[in-house]
Write a protein that binds this ligand. Structure first.
Ligand code: NAD
Ligand code: UDP
Length: 347
């Protein structure tokens, strides 16, 4: 079993991936500054992963832009770090438009600092959280990895820059094993309802907004447009259960650690699109609650339809999604009901 460094491991996708990797027997060192997460997430991950897991989960509270914090995370382990799974970063599109330099700093400078630390510590295997946002307004759906990278906001530019940095690095120095994983729309929660997505403030994304309407924290959903060129007029996305996504990281790590050095670029999605109204209906069915909504104008920067062509991931990783939209809604609902205020215990 490998010793792994997980940046941003306390976050939504990171915490679910930590659970999968602990269950597979790996030793984890997490570095997180809790900018958008809570230490409670990792406490729950350790509990879920079983009695000996806490001994295999170590945490450094620190910032990926700080070389001392990174050196502590690389050094405080019995074994050398064999691979890094790099989740740490900022992900809110609107905020990235307001504060582009913050996004270049955390996402791009932070990734550069992490890669420099990897060089110092002779670790050359990394799985990077990229995003379907790279494809901007897609000209082809389902979207293959060969589609043009043409981001339309600073968040997307920051992901494209890190993808380029990784490509330049792999070309410059033999031995790098790199996976650039382009996630579509991660949603849902672990089926226990103990870990899940815990957005701060008013959620920007559809799923957490819908769960908060169903539980009564928000009055109604605003559906951004019903005049898109889609079957019911609302926007279509490729939602992927966060546990399927976590298992995709495990599969990518297995391939990188077992095969020759390489640069993998893979879409992680289901290949199936669901509209906003499909999500509302599925959520109402699993929760038994109504999700009132009003139709508003289209949201600036939205695409009508983004759906992955996931065939490369299936071929290279022997991985595909198997959890349905109903399971995504059910697990998100269980998490929301058990944790109406997320990880916070404060009123
Ligand atoms: P998240 O905000 O829940 O997790 C990110 C984690 O990184 C948080 O725990 C945060 O505290 C930590 N972090 C932020 N800045 C840091 C810093 N400077 N140093 C150390 N830790 C820091 O987000 P998530 O949804 O789990 O996303 C994980 C990654 O996947 C991100 O890179 C995101 O851009 C990418 N991604 C997410 C989505 C999505 O819809 N959730 C889609 C595509 C790609
Ligand atoms: N959406 C919506 N109301 C909301 C949030 C999102 O109608 O409050 C729509 C949005 O226009 C898109 C879909 O839901 O068609 C998914 O949006 P999300 O922000 O979750 O993902 P992204 O657009 O980043 O893929």
């Amino acid at each position: 079993m490998a010793q792994l460094l997980i940046s941003g491991g306390a976050g939504f996708i990171g915490s679910h991936t930590c659970l999968v990797l602990l269950e597979a027997g790996h030793h984890l060192m997490v570095i997180d500054n809790y900018h958008n997460s809570s230490p409670e997430a990792l406490r729950r991950v350790a509990n879920l992963a079983g009695p000996d897991a806490a001994n295999r989960l170590n945490i450094v509270e620190g910032d990926i832009r700080n070389s001392d914090d990174l050196d502590r995370a690389f050094s405080n382990n019995k074994q050398d770090i064999e691979a890094v799974v790099h989740f740490a970063g900022l992900k809110a599109v609107g905020e990235s438009v307001q504060q582009p330099l913050l996004y270049w700093d955390v996402n791009v400078v932070g990734s550069c600092c992490l890669l420099q630390a990897m060089q110092r510590h002779r670790c050359r295997t990394i799985v990077f959280s990229s995003s379907a946002t790279l494809y901007g307004y897609p000209t082809q759906v389902p979207i293959p990895e060969s589609a043009a990278v043409q981001p339309i906001n600073p968040y997307g530019h920051s992901k494209a820059a890190v993808e380029q940095m990784l490509m330049d690095l792999s070309a410059s120095e033999p031995g790098w094993r790199i996976a650039r994983l382009r996630y579509f729309n991660p949603v849902g929660a672990h089926c226990s309802g103990k870990i899940g997505e815990d957005p701060r403030g008013i959620p920007n994304n559809l799923f957490p907004f819908v769960t908060q309407v169903a539980i009564g924290r928000r009055q109604e959903l605003q559906v951004f447009g019903n005049d898109w060129p889609t079957p019911d007029g609302s926007g279509v996305r490729d939602y992927i259960h966060v546990m399927d996504l976590a298992e995709g990281h495990q599969a990518a790590l297995d391939v990188l650690l077992q095969e020759d050095p390489q640069l993998l670029t893979l879409n992680l999605g289901s290949g199936t699109g669901h509209s906003v109204l499909d999500v509302v209906k599925a959520f109402e069915a699993v929760s038994g609650r109504s999700v009132p909504y009003t139709v508003q104008n289209r949201r600036p920067g939205d695409a009508a339809c983004t759906v992955a062509d996931p065939s490369q991931a299936a071929a290279r990783l022997n991985w595909s999604t198997h959890r349905s939209l109903l399971e995504m809604c059910q697990d998100a609902w269980t998490w929301q009901q058990n944790n109406p205020k997320g990880y916070s215990t404060l009123d």
